[in-house]
Design a protein around this ligand. Structure first.
Ligand SMILES: [Zn+2]
Length: 359
């Protein structure tokens, strides 16, 4: 008994204190930055902590606003609406989805509630994903976040973990109840208008060209290009500082990244994370994808089991480049990027299909 109490005292002294849980409004709060004349980025500030909420881009046209992505929950959409109202009195006329992942579109109801005339537009493939099995995960989304929050609370108390890792878990645990609440009872809003390859939203000062460039982060990603301002919003084809690779198509993804490099952009706005003003991050991402593909392909074709392939791939240069020595960023990188990238490159090398939302 005394030993237990002593252990608890040691834990209490060495564990970071778990503060009171944050509210959904705090966790899903957004900040707006001006990117170019008539264009703003509305982002969740802490990009490498859950919830991983997609960037929202607002482009002001003469008759209304074009909004690219909508936030990932009703409360997130409400935060986006509040920021939009500070920018302009014009209505949102177009809402463009970059892809089907819920962190970019489950806030759409809040936008539609305020501007019922909004037309939602996506690629045909994204519409199919949002009305089919790939989107089914939203039914268990709140439960997954409940499990994550419980795991995070336990990890935050684990004194064997390095401090920055425990700090990351502590922040995740603090946001846990808010994430569960925000991700409960979600309703997807599939697009009203779909297109196969390209659509233009004309305007004198801020026309927007939306284009499907091939499979990349999903099988239906589109980018939004404002040619007069030379601003390119990429969705999760580019995510910084830690890329995502859930159900990606590594070879096609590289080709799409090369197409992004060919845009004469002044600012590239990723799906999550800070705007980029040069091509350095695109090059880093292409190099990481090429490195993993080159390492995985011969092993996969030699019929080594996936788990064996994982052990043999040297990820250290990629870890250094994207996460430095930060244990939390290294953990996030493994969970959202390298683990999935290896399995997707493995499937690609073996001619197997990467199924959206599965495996
Ligand atoms: Zn995303």
């Amino acid at each position: 008994m005394i030993r237990t109490i002593l252990t608890l005292c040691v834990l209490a002294l060495t564990s970071p204190a778990l503060a009171a849980p944050l509210t959904p409004a705090q966790v899903f709060a957004r900040q707006t930055t001006a990117v170019a004349p008539h264009i703003w980025l509305i982002a969740k500030p802490a990009v490498t902590d859950p919830p991983f909420e997609g960037n929202v881009v607002v482009i002001e046209q003469a008759k209304g606003l074009v909004v690219v992505d909508a936030g990932g929950a009703p409360v997130s959409g409400q935060a986006v609406v509040a920021e939009i109202r500070k920018l302009s009195k014009k209505p949102v006329t177009w809402l463009v989805y970059t892809h089907y992942h819920g962190d970019h579109n489950l806030g759409a109801g809040a936008i539609r509630a305020v501007w019922p005339g909004v037309q939602i537009v996506s690629s045909t493939r994204t519409w199919e994903n949002m009305t089919g099995l790939p989107m089914a995960y939203v039914a268990s989304y709140a439960k997954s976040y409940g499990d994550l929050a419980a795991f995070a609370a336990a990890q935050a108390k684990d004194v064997k973990l390095p401090d920055p890792l425990r700090e990351g878990w502590r922040r995740t645990a603090e946001a846990g109840p808010a994430m569960v609440e925000a991700y409960s009872g979600l309703e997807p809003y599939p697009a009203d208008l779909t297109f196969e390859s390209r659509i233009t939203l004309p305007d004198e000062t801020a026309p927007v060209e939306i284009a499907y460039l091939g499979r990349a982060n999903t099988d239906g990603d589109v980018v939004a290009w404002a040619p007069k301002q030379r601003v390119l919003a990429t969705g999760d084809i580019v995510v910084a500082p830690i890329p995502y690779a859930a159900h990606t198509f590594p070879g096609d993804w590289v080709e799409v990244l090369r197409k992004l490099k060919a845009y004469d952009f002044r600012v590239l706005i990723p799906g999550h994370g800070p705007p980029q003003t040069d091509r350095a991050y695109l090059d880093r991402l292409i190099a990481a994808l090429e490195s993993v593909r080159a390492q995985v392909a011969p092993l996969a074709r030699a019929d080594l089991p996936l788990e064996e392939v994982r052990k043999r791939v040297d990820l250290e240069p990629i870890r250094k480049q994207f996460a430095g020595d930060d244990p939390w960023l290294r953990y996030v990188l493994a969970v959202v990027f390298t683990g999935d990238l290896i399995s997707n490159a493995y499937k690609e090398a073996r001619g197997e299909t990467v199924v959206q939302g599965k495996g």
